[in-house]
Structures are given as C-alpha cells and as structure tokens.
Design a protein around this ligand. Structure first.
Ligand SMILES: NC(=O)c1ccc[n+]([C@@H]2O[C@H](COP(=O)([O-])OP(=O)(O)OC[C@H]3O[C@@H](n4cnc5c(N)ncnc54)[C@H](O)[C@@H]3O)[C@@H](O)[C@H]2O)c1
Length: 327
C-alpha cells in the first residue's frame, strides 16, 4: 500500500504520516501549507504542495506515487471562523472532499480514511457517547464533518472502496516537541498562551451539572490518535470486501476543565489561579466518548495519560516560546 496523507504537514497529519512511515507503510503527503509546517516532516517523506481542490494535481500525485489508500486530514477546523465564513468551510471541507473523492474513484484507490470530529454530535446528553448517537452539529464546522462522513460513505459504496470515519475527541500533546500544535484554538495551548502572557487561565462556566461545575471533556494524545489511524488503515487493508467503519477516538474518560487547569498549573509551575468567566454558547456540559467499538473491533485503545499530553505539549510550547520557562 502507498498512502496519500492530505494535511500531512499539519499537527495531527504529521503525527499520522510519521507513525505510518515508521510502521513500514509507504506515505506521501499533499498539503497546501495554509496552516501546515513542512519542517514537521523528514526529508524522506515526499511533500506535494497544493490543494485538494486541484483535481489535476491530485490525478498526477495519485498516479506518480501509485497511491492505493488515502488518509484525508486536510481541512479548516476553527469553529468560530466557520460561523463567520461558512462558504469557505463548505468549499474547503465539503467541495474539496468531493474533488478528492472524484480523483480517488477515477484512480481506483481502494481505501479512504476520513478525519471526522466529535463536533458531529453537537451537544449530546448521553453520559458516554456511542457512535450511534444521533448527530446534530451546531456549527458549520461540525456540519462539514458530518456531510463529509456521508459523502465518503456514499462514494465508497458506489465506487467500491472501503472507508472509515474517525471522530476525534479533544486532541492534545505531541510525540516530539517540534510536532506540537502551533495554534491556540484548543484548550491546552490556550491555557499556555495565557500563562505565558502572565494572565490567569480562563474557565468558561463553573455552574454546569458536573461534579465540579466545569465542562467535562475526553482528551486523547495525538500519538494514540496516530496509532489509531495505523490500526484502521491496516484493518481496511486486510478486508477484501467493501467496508464502512465509523469510530470514536477518545479515552472514554472525562476530565473537567478545572482538573485540566490544575494539571497545567502543576506542569508549567504557574501559580496563576484560573478565573471563572461566563459560559460560552454551544458548550456541552459533558462530551466523553464511548471507545468500546474500536476496542472490540480492532483491539485499539489509548494508552497515554492526560498528564503525558500536557507535559509533551508544554515541551513543544517551550520550543517556540522559550520566554514561557519559569512563567
Ligand atoms: N485538532 C483537533 O483537536 C481536531 C479534532 C477533531 C478533528 N480534527 C480534524 O483533524 C484534521 C487535522 O487537524 P489539525 O489539528 O492537524 O489541523 P492543522 O491545521 O494543523 O492541519 C490541517 C492541515 O491541512 C492543510 N490544509 C488545509 N486546507 C487544505 C487544502 N485545501 N488542501 C491541502 N491541504 C490543506 C493545512 O495546511 C494543514 O497542514 C482536520 O480535518 C480537523 O478537522 C482536529
């Protein structure tokens, strides 16, 4: 198998590309470097610079590298931006996916893994969220991920390739400091950003119906997430018949925002106590995955702790923000 990893210069994509390559899979990356960083990839992984909207480039790349499977991570991923620019999100995440699937079908690619998100569930009520929970996204980003799942599954069935949609929960950590997330859109880098500026980390809402009143989330180490991609890629490769899989990727363990803030304080050595701000619209009180399905079907479970996530993310943060040491 040769795998095309779209978005492979990104935070998660680079972890996936390196993990699959280290496991002996042939990989090639396609990335428009709109938010990706080419230096995350070693010289022996080919990087094709360009967009998934470029059909000609896709046809050429699939043919030249003899691609037989695709892991599609390239996307826009900021919820707030998706509310302001829904057309951009539908264009990049849904139309871009359509162009890629047309190229995949034409080239006879046999396997397709799609980066989905817990955002497809919207604001679920369940204690633990299994994959058959009704999907009701509450923002354009989540809508593009749900529409993406439908597109991928329908195209796979019609054109005879196997598919998997992986619904990531809250991704954090880094396998190596230079692979860390450089954005400040997820909670761990948001906390680091505040601490580095000498400002108290913010907690949005402490009056939720949860044990300590703050929102509860399911954090997954990006290295575990990358391992999950390898497991799914190999499972699809091993099956001859056309298959569609949908898996949550989480730890099945809730951690409150307050608990996370305390861990961040301990690991960074910051004495800044978190401040409580009003709730943000659209935040579910609790979003924790049931990860039983992938454990049962593929034997994959996450092995890295939330402490490892925060500690490795902090090492990555210090690499780019040395001034944060001792803050
Ligand atoms: N980070 C999270 O917590 C999280 C959670 C759930 C799902 N996801 C999904 O995981 C995927 C990767 O996210 P990430 O956190 O690594 O983000 P990222 O921004 O670091 O990576 C996205 C990559 O895709 C590239 N890209 C964007 N548009 C492109 C296009 N049209 N053509 C080619 N390349 C393009 C970017 O340059 C970047 O390298 C996304 O699909 C995202 O929606 C992320």
């Amino acid at each position: 198998m040769t795998w095309l990893i779209t978005g492979g210069a990104g935070y998660i994509g680079a972890h996936v590309a390196l993990t699959m390559a280290a496991a002996g899979e042939r990989v090639v990356v396609l990335d428009d470097v709109s938010s990706g960083i080419p230096h995350r990839l070693p010289a022996d992984i080919a990087l094709v610079r360009g967009s998934v909207l470029d059909r000609e480039l896709l046809d050429r790349t699939l043919a030249e590298h003899g691609v037989t499977g695709v892991v599609h991570l390239a996307a826009r991923k900021q919820v707030g931006e998706s509310v302001e620019k829904p057309l951009l999100y539908y264009r990049e995440n849904v139309y871009g996916l359509t162009v890629l699937l047309e190229a995949v079908a034409a080239a006879g690619v046999r396997r397709f893994l799609f980066s989905s998100s817990a955002a497809v569930y919207g604001v679920p009520e369940a204690e633990l969220i299994p994959e058959d929970t009704p999907c009701a996204p509450i923002n354009p980003y989540g809508e593009t991920k749900l529409a993406g799942e439908w597109l991928v599954r329908a195209a796979g069935r019609a054109h005879g390739f196997s598919t998997a949609s992986l619904r990531y929960f809250n991704v954090a950590g880094a396998a190596r400091p230079e692979l860390a997330d450089t954005g400040v859109f997820n909670i761990v880098p948001m906390f680091f950003d505040r601490i580095t500026r000498g400002e108290a980390p913010r907690i949005f809402g402490a009056d939720y119906p949860t044990p300590d009143g703050t929102c509860v989330r399911d954090y997954i180490h990006v290295a575990d997430l990358a391992d999950a991609h390898l497991s799914v890629a190999r499972a699809l490769t091993a099956r001859d018949e056309q298959t569609d899989l949908t898996f949550n990727i989480g730890r099945g363990e809730g951690v409150s925002v307050r608990e996370l803030a305390e861990l961040v304080g301990e690991i960074t050595g910051s004495a800044l106590a978190p401040v409580i701000e009003p709730r943000r619209p659209g935040d579910a009180a609790k979003a924790v995955a049931s990860s039983d399905l992938i454990a049962k079907e593929l034997g994959w479970t996450a092995v890295r702790s939330v402490r490892e996530m925060v500690a490795s993310a902090w090492e990555g943060w210090l690499l780019r923000h040395p001034e944060a040491a001792g803050s």
